[in-house]
Each structure stands twice: as structure tokens, then as C-alpha cells.
Design a protein around this ligand. Sequence first.
Ligand code: ATP
Ligand code: MG
Length: 338
Amino acid sequence: MQEKRGIILSGIRPTGRLHYGNYFGAIAKFIELQEQGHCCYYFIADYHALTTITDRQDYLRQTIDMLRTYVACGLDPAKSVIYRQSDLPCTAELSLLLGMITNIGHLERGTTYKDKMGKIPATKGPEGNPLSYGLLGYPVLMAADILIVRADKVPVGDDQRQHVEMAIDIAQKFNYRFGEVLNVPEAVSRNALRLPGLDGSAKMGKSDNNTLDLLDDPKTVLQKIKGVQTTTDPLPLDTDSDDPEVVIPKMPPSLGVLYRLLSLLAPIEVYQDFLGKYRRGEKFYGMLKTTLAEHVSKFNAPIIERFNAPGNDDQSVRDFLRANVAKVTPVALDTVES
Ligand code: ATP
Ligand code: MG
């Protein structure tokens, strides 16, 4: 059997600033895989962002700023191939081909699509469903992003797991019809993270105005964390476990996000100490918030510094984009031509 080459691919939409969900759901893994010496392709999903962004200037600025944040977090354009999705237009050609064999019913069960459908008022306008064809077809374009570079692994957060599974199904169906043309990637691990929003909703998301961002300064961090709703009474935990996976889902969601962040950022003793306070029913919300804010600001400080560093300006981003798209283009053309 041919040995797996360990090609990694993942992307992020330039729809706002990178947040803690993006970092712990995706970027931390990107860095780990880069440092393990895999062949990594990390892109900015600017085609995908067009279902959300309407202003051209925002779109261009956010794309560049996101790339500068990638670098500030530790992604290295000399080790990983970092590129912009629209610089690889043959992805759109592959997406068209894959769309021909993709079942509409399958797409209508997509989580992002269903989620957005659920937010449309029951009394729709005269045109009916206002969502775009692009949003329904998001998983097909995402399948093309993955399959075009022959990726083996796709590190994404839990919210994107279903889309990767759809890409696997599409690739298998395509190969069944037309021969073994596409490389079928591995499924995403079951313990991928989904960080809740600061508003207590199930997911922190750039487009949802509920994020704690990697570039937030200390004042903003404190303001956002203090603003998390903690008026609800603590729920009984009915478990002795300290494991965040077990204990945090038993908390009210807004407290859950604070504890989850503390477990990711603070030393284990600090997290355990606050868990003890919770169990004993002590008054601790104020101290929990200021302690967490300190850890968040400490984590953000070097990222903010590297974001603003002289070697990480707009021009250096344009330069590495040009160099890196030249590395990915031959791989992609080879896939669409085969
Ligand atoms: P948008 O709201 O515009 O969709 P987003 O915050 O969901 O933005 P994406 O660009 O869609 O971010 O996703 C980038 C990566 O970050 C994906 O791998 C996704 O799984 C991961 N991710 C996004 N939000 C979270 C979250 N709350 N928890 C864990 N991972 C997340
Ligand atoms: Mg998203």
C-alpha cells in the first residue's frame, strides 16, 4: 500500500478578526503540524467570505490582516504554503465538476445552511428563500479546496467536521464514477473543539459578534469578559471529574465559556481552584473574570506585538502570497487535469 504523504490543508474566512475559537479549534493545530514537518497548505478562504461580506474595502483589508495574524500566531510562510483561495482559480473549476455529482438533499442537510435557514423569519419575502446558491454549495467549494491539493488531513474545529465528511463522500462518489482520480482525506477527529460564544451561544463565530479576539487589547479583553452574563445561578455539577469535557457542559453556557477559556490558558491549579469555588457555591464571578482577563491579555500580548512588527507589513504579505501561490498552483493544475 502506498504510504500516506501527510498533506495538510485548512482555511479560514476573512470575515473578521481571528478569535479564540479559531485559535484553539484550528490555528493551534496548524502550528503543531507545521512544526512536525508536514506539507501544510493554509489558505484564506476569500471566495467563501463572499456569502457574508458585502464591502470591497473590508474584504481586502480583512484578508491582509488575517494573513498578518496568521504570521503573528506562528505560521511561517517559509515552512507552510500560505495562500489566498482566489489566487488558485482552478479550485472554482473543480468545484463546478464536483457540483455535478452532489445531491441537493445532501447539501440542504449542511449545518451552516440549516443554521442560517433557522434564522430566517417564518414570513419570508416575495422571493422566498433569501439565502444564496453559494451558501448552499459551500461544502462543494470546500470539497474542491481540499481535493485540489490532494490533502490527507484537514484540521478544523468541530463546527466544520460535517463539511469535511461531505468532502469525503463527494470524493468517494467521484472516484466510483470516474476512476481513482481524487485522494480521499481522513475524517476529522471526534474530539475537535467547539468554543461557545461570549453571549452563551453554542459557537463563537466571526460573523456573530460574540468573539474574544487574539488582537484585543487588555481594556477590550476586560470589557468583553466583564460583559459575559453571569446572573444565572450555578447549576449543580453532579460529577467529581475536573475534566473540562465532562464538567463544563454541566454549567450554564455563559459560565462554561469562562471556564473553558481558563482551562485553555491558565495553569491547571488556577482552573481547579475556580472549579472548587464553583462546587462550594462561593462568590467568585468577579475574581474569575479578572483572572481570566489577565491570562487572555498575557496570551494576546506577543501576538499583537508580532502583528505590528516591521517585517509583517502589508507588502511582506503580498510578497509571500506571490511566492506561495507559485508553489501550490502546479499541484492544483495537476489535479484538475487528471
Ligand atoms: P464565520 O462566522 O464568518 O463563519 P468563523 O469564526 O466560524 O467565521 P471560519 O472561518 O468559518 O470562522 O472557520 C475557521 C476555522 O475555525 C474552522 O476550522 C472552524 O472549524 C474553526 N472555528 C470557528 N469557530 C470555532 C469555534 N467557536 N470553536 C472551535 N473552532 C472554531
Ligand atoms: Mg464559520
